[in-house]
Design a protein around this ligand. Structure first.
Ligand SMILES: [Zn+2]
Length: 127
């Protein structure tokens, strides 16, 4: 089978290809818009109406919240030093990442703070 630009077969092939691409885009758009109607994006993750968390990458349900260990580098006495830090995050099992909650000002928040803000729509009192 050869494709020359003049042949009817070539244009049929291109037409089918364009049709398949647009169908794929329409399906993707439909799925995405349905997702955004059901879920809201707050604290850089997705939440459903029952305030259950979903991964921002793969959109799977996030597992339980937990405390995790990591390191940060800080300049001390003119040298960069590795300092252990503890942070709260969800674990996404399908994409094997830790997902932190970050507010609109770029500050990391814990789960209770985020849930309280989602329920009330306001800012809870900082203890
Ligand atoms: Zn994920």
């Amino acid at each position: 089978m050869t494709f020359s630009p003049d042949s009817l077969r070539f244009f049929t092939f291109i037409g089918a290809l364009l049709g398949a691409c647009s169908l794929l885009l329409l399906t993707r758009h439909h799925i995405l818009s349905r997702f955004h109607r059901r879920y809201t994006c707050r604290f850089e993750i997705f939440w459903d109406r029952k305030l259950r968390p979903y991964c921002p990458r793969c959109r799977n349900r996030l597992s339980e919240w937990g405390m995790h260990q990591s390191f940060k580098f800080e300049l001390r006495d003119g040298r960069m030093q590795r300092i252990p830090v503890t942070f709260g995050a969800f674990r996404c099992v399908p994409c094997e990442t830790l997902v932190r909650l970050v507010d609109e000002d770029g500050f990391e928040v814990d789960l209770d703070f985020a849930l309280e803000r989602l329920r009330t729509g306001g800012t809870p009192a900082v203890p």
